[in-house]
Design a protein. Structure first.
Lengths: 148, 148, 148, 148, 148, 148, 148, 148, 148, 148, 148, 148
């Protein structure tokens, strides 16, 4: 299809610290670098990326609601809210577009409370453990699902 | 008693989407329509309604704290925060006025994690499952409790 | 619609003691007064109320089965059977009419074993904690659902 | 050592109500009085205190991130977020300075859900149950750890 | 052996509704048809069937006790009491004859609370999921056990 | 005190079988013998015993309600209802007189599901494991509590 | 219907030991005798039986896959794999024909870990506890379901 | 029988405080008074009482072992060790004589961790909730069991 | 780097059925098509793919052990063994090369027992829910990790 | 107030090893040094310290009972008994004076079984994680509570 | 006794890798060396060793069944099947000879899921944590049991 | 090495009863015989054994602490304290020498509460189920570990 696809990329709490915070877990790439990489990759597929990060659950929900019908897909790393926020889940479940959930670290190798996600069963699929590449794989998966 | 009763109505995250979001679960009435209906009904009982919706837990708590001693009762649909927010619970428990908790959908027919409420045991009572009417029944219950 | 609605009101075990038993939990209104109040309210909506109380699970099930297709709605306070009777649940699930579950006390403020209800997910909705008024709110909710 | 130590004091949701909210649990000292007391005590040890309270999880995280490398220690009463916020925990874990967690009330004497803390295992230590004095003991512990 | 075997068939709560209640789960055969089918089958094996249905746990127990030493085997579909009645279990455990437990629907495909049976470990065996045929298979199993 | 004390003795489901049912667990004394023994013992203390056994939860509740203010104490062996009946518990909790719970067998040596009692925390005390003597010890305990 | 029905009978691990292994639990009939009995019974209904036993989970799955569309029904005693094999469950779920699960012993009277079956909710029904007769009842149930 | 029965009475930790410690839970009778009462009662039945109290688990076990074959029965209030000591349980299980377990307070009305006893299933029976009288009822039960 | 990378692709039980088995869950692409697609993609990155499918846990382990030091990376869809096989996990943990775990369906939307994986915490990362594309994303992630 | 306060300091099992045992967890200060430090600090507040360490639960209980009414406060590090001793808890609960619980290490960073304390909810407050300083902070908290 | 004892030694999945796989957990001795050591040791006691290793659960079961009555004892390291295989357990339970279970590593120091063994309660005894020596101790224990 | 190894053998509560207490579980060998056997065996390896038994947790801990650096290894059967004593565990963890845990009976065949050991993960290894021989195997394992 030849229409430009609009993708919203959402980063949850503390992801603005990427590259500085606990690099042995989260790597040294910054969030700006990730966003740039995603924009680059999207361009090749005639897609447009808009990015949003916040430490506020409410601000994330506001942004997702506003995106509403103006996007074709959503890529999200919900950060710590993955494990605690039913409100974020509900905002995502209210979207009519496919959602891909990504995580930088392999959450199965960490504390037990990181094993449960409120988002996974309202997402199309989940990618976890590949550092910054989790995002680019996620974008690829999302574009692929949208092009079908 | 002849004094005008002041009631604060609080709507939690994602309830601003009412009427559009998953209508098979939440119905087609909008939040504005619900607020209007509540104002109408309150007027008949010489009560005044003030409404507040936010996707931000913190904003909901701020609003409840500000209401403080200036209200006689509180009607709340905490949305997804019902199941996750101890902070909201604490803000409610700090109020000296009766609280009624309402839910649009029957939370007992949904995911297991929706069965537990942090609010119910600091509320006077709970009404769940009657769509928009849950609010008007809740207002009636609250006014009744206040008039005694 | 102009047809007379027939409503069966069912009271579970120990509710015949209302007004005398643990009044600090259940209030001072008697079951007769509640039934009278419901009949009054129903009349205003051209509905007819029939009431039944028993301490026998089997008798409650018999009565619900006999009501069968001769009623349009059911209002039930299952009392302690709320938490233990799958047989009562099955009798209710076999009914083709809407069911509203009510409780006098706020079951969320009591023993942990009162937090689970076998009835809630076969009911339209649940009202809990408003004393005798739980019944009148429940009747209103039921009539409203039937009039739609 | 003779350098001035900079300490950030963080107060979670509803702590702005201190002195008025449920005084039988939380005491009658206000938050302003606690902050003044901490400033006084810090001065004696050539330390500087900066205080921050918010009902917003996101605002607390923002503030902790901004403190970043500009502080030598952090004293926090996470309030209700103690029990629910992985995002706050992650913000604290990303700090390179020692953290002391304090609680006014003895959380072991309250509801079961207050027994678990997401903060305790990223903190140096925990002090709970001594009312306003929990803060001054916490400050003392923090200064002591920093002076070693 | 040439003696006539006497078999008591016991049907628990709501089974009198068979054929009308939730036919997509329980099928369209009535309880009378099942009893007739069992009597027919028994006759071929020189056995006699006596049937009893009640919605009353107590009445079921009374009937089982009265059968006492006057029967050689018992076939029971305890219905919802399967999952909740220790009293029924005790009445069965007090019998000296073999017991076969049957269920119309496959209880493993239904709600989690239907997975546990208080009867199964005092029974000889269990047959579940074959609709009305569960009864005839159960009778066959019982007769076979008695003929050995 | 010289007034005659009236004691209601309540026996739950299957206890009418005493002496015949599983004697290796419950002993060989019949219920009639137990009642006679209790009457004898009561007489010596100027007390009167009235006994009631039923396999029907509802009948037990009816009887306890009727006793109401006409008795000074209640001795109960709830049988299997011990572990399953909230309704029986509620009927007992509504009584204003002391209650003693007894069991023939030592329930701690049996199936795990017999370890929990819905009655014990509304009773004055519990006696378990001494066969028929559990009843006479229970009566003694009850009379003692009433004479104080 | 007059077509010959083809039935695959599958026996899980250790069932080749039947007749010798723990006869107090599993009886003295051998697997060959069971297969012969089933063939005999099938013939009377114009059905054909093919039997397969293996101690290898993989071999059982291979065999079930190969049967594919060439059978009309499957009778299985999964043995110990009942409780542990999701792979076997998946192979069964992929079949388009009805499945009947049987067990020789009454699994409800044995170790707790034998109470859960991964197979039961993908089967039509379950028969447990009747020794070798469980198989013939299971075949009868299967043929009956296929003839309808 | 005419032989003198020797009974060892064992009191666990903190029972030496009886009469002073938390009298609203444990009553005002002292341990000396209880022992005197038991000796008196025993004398009437030609039995001899020896008492032992210790706050040391090890001392209690030593004493029970020494009693060995020189006693005919044991009456024990294990106090807090009821809920934690497998070693005490093992010492009791090694005795060849009947054991009666008693508790002053009704342990079912207290903290959840007091609901489990390591002693109950190696005892003949249990008496709980009757204050000092629990001991005399326990002695009576023990003597009765020994006289049979 | 210019060396050819050797990748082993392992498919667990029932994956040979792909394209025919439950296509509404697993899609219509066959395993051969997936393998061809992976070979194609690998060629572009100068990598070589070898594929292996088996329904036998032991055969999968044998194959993984044989690969030993002759491969640079492993891509695995363990199928149902994901949830049950510690032996497969151990074989993977013994490998010195990076492992990527993939699943066709979103396992978070299915039965609860599919939520736990014995493989995830010995893998580099996990990709779930994107149908056949899960494999190509996994290969990409693996190659990327190897090229670093 | 000008009266001399008497404080009992109690050290549980293995604390006599302080300074030598696992110094990476417990630090290098010896128990004698801690006691000296506490005596010093107490003197400044006109308080007297008496210390007691034992590896015997019973000896600790004996000592606490003897202190009885002759002390004004108690500072305790129960060591491993924190997690296992209901008897110690009961001895503490029987005291009429305030109790402060301290731990050298942060028990929230260690094994799961160290997360539960039987002492915390009978203490005034708890201080954990500051090494030897936990004791001095605890003493300060205790003196403060006593001076009010 | 002078007869030659025949012992079957069974090694579960991945044990063929011994000496190479994760040597920090499993040591550097190879399986061949262990078998040689066992044969040597057996010879001294006039016993004969036969060894078998497989990664296939089914092959292990086949081998154990074939050993049947031709061995006097079995020494097994079930590897990962320890924790997951009920089928292996059943094969072992069907043997009439004593079984000794051994583990190289101390399974109590590893992942939680390695703490449960399906084999231990059908074995004579268990030896864990002594590396290759676990096998020789196990053989000694087995021979000792057989010589008695 | 030619130095004499000093081994402390520790026996927990009730082990002094060996040979008399429940011989069907613990065998008929006395503790003296076990100690003699161990001394004999040690002599052959130029090792010296010192034995200690106590029913007092505190005395066991005292003894282990005193052994301190004067021993090279410790062999312990903690008896019932295995399952309940964190204090004993801590005393063992503080030792710098290898520890072997032994049990006479197979604890996996007994009550569920005997399945957990607080000692196993601070021990080198565990031997359970071989009666008195568990001790000699344990000594052998310990000597072997020390000789390496």
């Amino acid at each position: 299809m030849s229409r430009t696809l609009r993708i919203l990329v959402v980063h949850g709490p503390n992801l603005n610290l990427l590259g500085t915070r606990e690099p042995e877990i989260y790597g040294t790439t910054t969030l700006e670098e990730i966003d740039a990489m995603l924009r680059e990759r999207a361009k090749a597929s005639r897609a447009e990326i808009e990015s949003f990060q916040s430490n506020h659950e409410g601000a994330l929900i506001d942004r997702i609601q506003q995106a509403g019908s103006r996007i074709e897909g959503l890529l999200i790393n919900p950060g710590a809210l993955t494990h605690t926020s039913v409100a974020l889940r509900d905002a995502l479940a209210a979207l009519a577009v496919p959602i891909v959930e990504v995580h930088l670290s392999n959450i199965h190798r960490r504390e037990a409370f990181r094993r449960h996600s409120y988002v996974s069963d309202v997402a199309l699929g989940v990618i976890t453990g590949f550092g910054a590449q989790s995002y680019s794989l996620g974008l690829e998966a999302l574009l692929d699902a949208l092009r079908v």
